[in-house]
Design a protein around this ligand. Structure first.
Ligand SMILES: *Cc1c(COP(=O)(O)O)cnc(C)c1O
Ligand code: SF4
Length: 357
């Protein structure tokens, strides 16, 4: 039989790809707006979200948490577009819906479950582990994840302007043991690129810093955030850059997100992902396997799978560690080692994020 060369696939979609936007979804053809506009027009009303998703509009009152007054619903249209209409159990909707369960008192759950406040060294500066520090580069996010361990964080004290980062930068400059700065928040990429470029330029002037890490969900929530300005400053920095995304379900990774990842890779960034193990979102082997495979398809390596931090309002997302351990063991059977995340738990005061499996 004559040898025939393999077909070159023109489409990046494969059988394992998550479903694209539902064709009948009212947002199927929504236009792309510049990212700051996308941030600004994000959905804040539970009623609107229900209407868009074809969910009963009389249900919300009973379903909306009182806690949503402190930590309101916030979700960009670009992310809603990836939700399946008519399904309360959609894994993306569950991550953002302020469920009534949030109001139930929960023993062992607190406002600062990982002792962030004790690690605060200066405005905007958290330090827990040797060699690396975390800068709260922004105090807002593009989404309000209901399980967020910083959902109660008092961001009011943290820097708004570049000038207010001075004490943090001075501390960094004076401590030669620090080699890596992590831009976190909030989500650093809600900041304009001009701001980030200036902040990073000041970091570059500190000779002992070598690595820059960006913890962000923006390229997943609003894919057009991966814009030429962002790529330009990323490409220009002298640091080794790692971008750590936060994706919990394969359905979040559509074609636009994949393209953004590709561009970030081309700009020289190493791409990693951290996920949180969440009941009703990604607590099955299949969901985890699909997520890991889809991440690798996008050029993103699974880094951490976090055991839920016990922040008040998030108890209904908790998965027992034993179940997480079984999931990881099964993932190890099914996937190459590099595609299996490290399953970890952060404990207040611990020297590192403790491996659970
Ligand atoms: C999670 C975290 C880091 C990063 O930890 P790695 O294990 O290096 O990913 C750094 N600083 C703080 C304060 C953190 O919470
Ligand atoms: S994007 Fe990150 S910091 Fe912001 S709400 Fe979600 S989990 Fe919290």
């Amino acid at each position: 039989m004559a040898y025939s060369p393999p077909q070159v696939e023109t489409s990046t979609a494969s059988a394992a790809s998550p479903p694209r936007c539902h064709p009948e979804h009212p947002l199927a053809g929504a236009e792309v707006v510049p990212w700051p506009q996308a941030l600004g027009r994000a959905i804040r009303s539970p009623e609107l979200l229900c209407r868009v998703l074809g969910l009963p509009q009389d249900v919300p009152q009973a379903r909306v948490a009182q806690a949503a007054q402190r930590f309101p619903l916030l979700v960009p249209w670009e992310y809603v577009r990836r939700m399946q209409p008519g399904r309360w159990d959609d894994p993306l909707l569950r991550q953002v819906w302020p469920a009534a369960e949030e109001d139930q008192p929960q023993v062992g759950f607190s406002a600062d479950p990982v002792a962030d406040l004790a690690a605060r060294r200066a405005p905007g500066l958290l330090s827990k582990y040797p060699g690396r520090v975390l800068l709260l580069a922004a105090t807002a996010c593009a989404v309000h994840c209901r399980y967020c361990f910083r959902r109660e964080f008092p961001y009011g004290q943290e820097p708004k302007s570049l000038r207010q980062f001075r004490p943090a930068l001075e501390r960094l400059a004076a401590d030669a043991s620090v080699q890596e700065v992590i831009l976190s928040g909030g989500d650093p990429l809600v900041r304009p690129d001009a701001f980030l470029a200036q902040l990073v330029r000041q970091l570059e002037a500190i000779p002992h810093l070598r690595w820059l890490r960006v913890h962000t969900r923006l390229p997943v929530l609003i894919p057009q955030r991966v814009c030429p300005e962002l790529l330009r400053w990323l490409q220009g920095v002298r640091f080794r850059v790692t971008v750590v995304l936060h994706v919990n379900h394969a359905q979040e990774l559509d074609e636009q997100v994949a393209q953004g990842c590709e561009q970030l890779c081309r700009a020289g960034a190493v791409l990693l992902n951290q996920a949180v193990l969440l009941r009703g979102v990604n607590d099955t082997v299949q969901a985890q396997e699909d997520l890991c495979r889809r991440l690798v398809d996008c050029g993103v390596l699974p880094y951490y799978l976090h055991q839920l931090d016990r922040v008040q309002g998030a108890a209904h997302f908790e998965v027992p560690p034993e179940q997480g351990q079984e999931l990881i063991e099964e993932l190890r059977r099914r996937l190459p080692g590099f595609a299996v995340p490290r399953y970890v738990q952060e404990e207040p005061g611990a020297e590192f994020k403790r491996p659970l499996a």
